[in-house]
Design a protein around this ligand. Structure first.
Ligand SMILES: *Cc1c(COP(=O)(O)O)cnc(C)c1O
Length: 361
């Protein structure tokens, strides 16, 4: 067998490691911010019929412009959006990749505020876009002042603001997003993967009118409990959608994906019915860990970044031995824990309580 180093790999991929959150079959899987609740049966029944109808047509290529799904998504997002201003791909990772293919590339840069979503630098590498990571404030916030000074210093072509931020959970105000937009002439992406969980801040979709360089990215992988289908989407000016059409692969969204996702959006209220419960479990987890002396960072999402561990690697291993997966993201003293069902949350609280007060393990 040859090694990777035997191959004429592109220079900017040499020495890089692929995205690799562990996928282990354990009873309590709280490491990749999925919605762990079961899907509504009424949706399953209708989606099964929609998938059967779609299967009868798979001898033909699917609708390249997936107008039915875009219409459903525009209706779900509201704010007067039309299907021409909505786009989708196989997960918001692919949406982000298409944005970098259209607006990044050799000689251009993507900037974001770290720690943040680990896929941003990987997507930059894959499209030969330079990546600039600017440290957040100590409390993980990004203020308008920070974003404006970082843009002035680094002059990026694209800025991505993760709002709320993964892996810290930190909410982001519309003031910061607006300040970023006005500070440069490039493409600004607000990554709102967790927006349905954020009750504090309005969506950046409210800023779209008259701002043709702003893109708001969303996903069905988190609140919608739809990670396995792979459906991410965005709202923007229709000119942005025209740009993405230049780089997308023809027929990139399968007929099965379109059928499942369109049905899910029609059932949005039922699909999102667990969001309040997940927030309640997140707050219960936060209260329990705070009372043990852990540092729980402010979260507008379905997960918590928790500090106060002596050895996150050992925490990860000991929890995994008990059938519980959490995420060690190489942030000193911290692990990230997704809010699950009441039972899953109870299991992780019991296991960490067993460790003893903060700093023991
Ligand atoms: C999970 C996540 C995504 C979504 O990825 P998909 O490809 O849609 O599953 C995007 N951005 C952030 C910040 C995320 O945490």
């Amino acid at each position: 067998m040859a090694e990777l180093s035997d191959l004429p790999l592109r220079d900017n991929l040499v020495g890089k490691t692929p995205y690799g959150a562990p996928q282990a079959a354990v009873p309590v899987s709280l490491n990749v911010n999925e919605n762990t609740h079961p899907l509504p049966e009424a949706f399953i029944a209708e989606a099964t019929e929609a998938l059967a109808a779609a299967l009868r047509n798979v001898n033909r290529y699917p609708d390249r412009e997936f107008m039915g799904l875009r219409e459903a998504l525009a209706g779900y997002l509201g704010h007067g959006l039309t299907p021409e201003r909505v786009w989708a791909a196989n997960g918001s990772n692919e949406v982000l990749q298409q944005i970098l293919q259209a607006f990044g590339g050799p000689g251009r840069t993507l900037m974001s505020f770290t720690p943040t979503y680990s896929m941003y630098p990987l997507l930059a590498d894959g499209t030969d876009t330079g990546y600039i990571g600017v440290p957040r404030n100590e409390d993980y916030t990004v203020t308008p002042e920070l974003v404006v000074s970082a843009i002035a210093e680094h002059k990026p072509d694209i800025v991505v603001l993760c709002a709320p931020n993964n892996p810290t959970g930190t909410p982001m105000s519309l003031e910061t997003i607006l300040a970023a937009y006005e500070a440069f002439d490039g493409i600004l992406i607000a990554d709102e993967a967790y927006k349905e969980f954020d009750t504090e801040n309005e969506t950046a979709i409210a800023l779209l009118d008259g701002r043709h360089r702003l893109i708001v990215s969303r996903t069905m992988s988190k609140a919608f409990a739809f990670a396995g289908v792979r459906l991410g989407y965005l709202a923007a000016d229709s000119a942005v959608v025209d740009a993405l059409r230049l780089v997308r692969l023809p027929y990139h969204l399968s007929g099965l994906t379109q059928a499942a996702a369109t049905t899910a959006v029609k059932h949005a209220d039922a699909m999102l019915a667990t969001v309040d419960e997940i927030r309640a479990q997140r707050d219960r987890l936060a209260a329990a860990l705070t009372s043990l002396g852990y540092v729980v960072h402010d979260s507008g999402s379905n997960f918590l970044l928790v500090g106060g561990f002596a050895n996150p690697v050992e925490v990860f291993e000991r929890l995994r031995a008990q059938g519980i997966l959490v995420r060690d993201l190489n942030i000193a003293g911290h692990v990230r824990i997704t809010a699950g069902t009441a039972e899953e949350t109870s299991a992780v609280i019991a296991a960490i309580t067993e460790f003893g007060p903060a700093g023991t393990v």
